[in-house]
Design a protein around this ligand. Structure first.
Ligand code: TXE
Length: 500
């Protein structure tokens, strides 16, 4: 890495050297068949970092061919789970060794906080270790059937997997999808988001160094409607794991249905409620509400974008929230003092600002923020909080995917539950109260894939994560994610003259 100032602020940035910009197919970095490339933009400066190979349908075909060959005839699915696990452990160690460089790539490509990435990437590498430990514990069952027959089940890798991933947390997404599929013995094609191709290509390089055989893990950079769509409609891909918008999730599902009925898991958007009751620890509640919407600049599917506060503490809570916001700094994500970097790109920046304008027009009260955060360059937006938000306002219904909080008041637990469930989404929810009964009642009543009681963003690799309702189906993380890359085969055999 080379160090220099970015000229945009007084912070000192560590620019990574860009080493990998080509498609990774069958263990080699190659140009796209068309020879086309596209720019990847630094959201801090709005300038191109580099050009990356633009994969299209023909490149996806090549990558799938390599993955199919590696699955049908290669060693990876045939290795013992233990040996697959050893290679995955090596991959994880290499990631640890390169954490700083990888974190810097996610900072320039996605605007992620460098300090958080440096600490978080080894944590994400543990995903590989977690599933490596599970790789030799993939068992079927023995079934007694009847006196004349007995049966057992095998859990077999599902085959060639397509991972279509978004830009908001490039490393977590890459490792979260790839790790369980590798442990299961699958081979795969990953299409990173066009906004964030750089760390994915670096992970591909490290996978090769770790000893993952050629063809097992392919990375094709490119755009959604071309390379992405070629994955969802491919006749030789057995399963797709997609994270992204609900609209594209729907298209992926249609393409899967129209092609080979591949199995799917879809992790889509959210409009998650954080419910704060009168008896909650107010300080902590304000802290979590702030973090819940501003972490990763609100570009996080589980962001607590709807904060429901019980009327008895509402005014005091709002005061605390504003107090805490004072120490929240927006700026260059390499600067260790900064808590919030730039939005991913111009499209997202404009989308967020247009929702803010909508909120004002719809009659919500702008408590703070509401505009770009005054940097000369870069897609920076002020933390924005609205009060007097009504359930039917667009800012209370749509996923904004930015630092925009909608505050609402409630009187009773029933009203809180009703409001919390008044969404087409169902990804996450938080509840803050000292009353265990209230916490448990709310947890059971809310239709969402993860409920946090007196905490928020408490994720770990062993906790399954995914949506209810239009937030999708299927789970990432935990053993549930491993099982989605496995399929069950029942084997039946006769027993002659059994006395039992
Ligand atoms: O998502 P897309 P975008 C939400 C969030 C955000 C909105 C739009 O609200 O503002 O979606 O973001 C690939 N066939 N989330 O436009 O388009 C694409 O190349 C196959 C929530 O970036 O869904 C990328 O790799 N693939 C979300 C991936 O899909 C296609 C995270 C996601 O891009 C495709 C991101 C197609 N036709 C956005 N079109 C979350 N759940 O965390 C695009 N892609």
């Amino acid at each position: 890495m080379t160090s220099h100032s970015n000229g945009n602020s007084d912070s000192f940035v560590k620019m990574p050297t860009i080493k990998f910009t080509k498609l990774f197919i069958n263990g080699k970095f190659v140009d796209s068949i068309s020879g086309k490339t596209f720019e990847t933009i630094d959201p801090r400066t709005e300038e191109a970092i580099t050009r990356v190979a633009e994969g299209d349908k023909e490149d996806i075909d090549l990558a799938v061919k390599a993955a199919r060959e590696a699955f049908d005839n290669g060693p990876w699915p045939r290795l013992s789970g233990f040996d697959r696990g050893r290679i995955m452990m090596k991959f994880a160690d290499l990631i640890d060794e390169h954490a700083e460089e990888l974190a810097a790539l996610d900072t320039i490509d996605a605007g992620k906080l460098f300090g958080e990435g440096k600490a978080g990437i080894p944590h994400s590498a543990n995903m590989l270790r977690y599933y490596a430990g599970a790789a030799d514990k993939i068992h079927g069952e023995v079934l007694k059937m009847s006196r004349e027959f007995h049966a057992y089940t095998l859990r077999e890798p599902i085959g060639v997997v397509g991972h279509i991933i978004p830009w908001n947390v490039p490393t977590t997404m890459f490792l979260g999808k790839v790790s369980p599929a590798l442990a299961a013995g699958c081979t795969m094609v990953v299409k990173p988001a066009e906004q964030t191709p750089l760390s994915a290509l670096y992970y591909a390089h490290l996978s090769k160094l770790a000893g993952i055989p050629d063809g097992v893990l392919n990375v094709v950079t490119g755009f959604g409607p071309t390379a992405g769509a070629a994955i969802s409609s491919h006749m030789d891909i057995d399963a797709v794991s997609f994270t992204g918008s609900t609209e594209v999730g729907r298209e992926v599902m249609q393409a899967a249905a129209k092609s080979n009925l591949k199995t799917l898991s879809l992790e889509l958007g959210g409009k998650s409620p954080l419910i704060i009751f009168d008896d909650a620890d107010l300080d902590k509640a304000a802290e979590l509400a702030l973090l819940g919407i501003l972490h990763n600049k609100g570009e996080i599917c589980v962001a607590s974008s709807r904060v429901l506060v019980q009327e008895g503490i509402y005014d005091e809570f709002v005061k605390k929230l504003l107090e805490k916001k004072k120490s929240w700094t927006v700026g260059d994500p390499f600067d260790p003092k900064v808590r919030q970097g730039p939005q991913i790109d111009k499209k997202q920046f404009d989308k967020i600002l247009s929702y803010i304008e909508h909120g004002k027009r719809e009659g919500a009260t702008l408590l703070t923020g509401g505009k770009p955060s005054g940097h000369n360059k870069g897609y920076y937006i002020e933390p924005t909080f609205f009060t007097d938000v009504k359930e039917d306002m667009l800012i209370a219904k749509d996923e904004i995917f930015g630092p925009v909080m909608s505050l609402m008041k409630f009187k009773t637990i029933d009203e809180a539950i009703k409001k919390a469930n008044n969404t087409t989404y169902g990804l996450a929810a938080g509840v803050m109260t000292k009353d265990l009964n209230v916490a448990n009642t709310v947890s059971r009543s809310i239709r969402a894939g993860i409920i946090w009681i007196n905490c928020y963003f408490a994720f770990d690799r062993d906790v399954p994560f995914g949506g209810y309702k239009m937030s999708g189906f299927g789970r990432d993380f935990g053993l549930d994610a491993l099982y989605k890359y496995l399929q069950v085969k029942s084997v039946v055999t006769p027993i002659y003259n059994s006395p039992w």
